[in-house]
Design a protein around this ligand. Sequence first.
Ligand SMILES: [Zn+2]
Length: 145
Amino acid sequence: MNVCDQCGAQVREQDSICPTCQAPLQTKAVPETAGNPYLPPVQKSFTSPAPPVNEGDATGGVIPYKNPQALLAYYLGLLSGLPLIGLPLGIAAFILGIKGLKARKRNPVIKGSIHAGIGVGCGGLFTLVWGIVIVVVLISLLSQS
Ligand SMILES: [Zn+2]
C-alpha cells in the first residue's frame, strides 16, 4: 500500500493520481535503489599459501626448530671472535652448543645441529685463542716485572 506524498492518503499501487488530492503520484517501481548499502568488496577466496616450513632442512632453516640454545651458540660463537668479550662469549657458545647438540640427540625432531656445531667449533676455537692470548699477555707482563 502506497501513501500520497502530498496529503498522506492511502493510494493503490496502480494509481497515477491521488484519488484524494489529485496530485500526481510518484511511481515507485524500482524499490529503494538509493537505500541499497554499497556492498563491501567480496572477500577473495584465494588464501595465500602458508610460509614454507623447512621440515627437511638439515640446518633447520634460519631459526633452528625448538633449539634456541643452538642458535644462541651460533651467534655467540661468531661474536666470540671479538676481542675482550670474546673469551666469555666463546665459553658460553661452547657450553650452549653442546647443550644444543644434546637436545638434538634426545629428540631428533629438534633441528639446529649445524648451528650448535658452529657454536661449539667457533666458541671452542676462540676460547682457546683468547685463552692463549691471555696467557701470553700474562707471561709477558710477569716477565717484564
Ligand atoms: Zn493526495
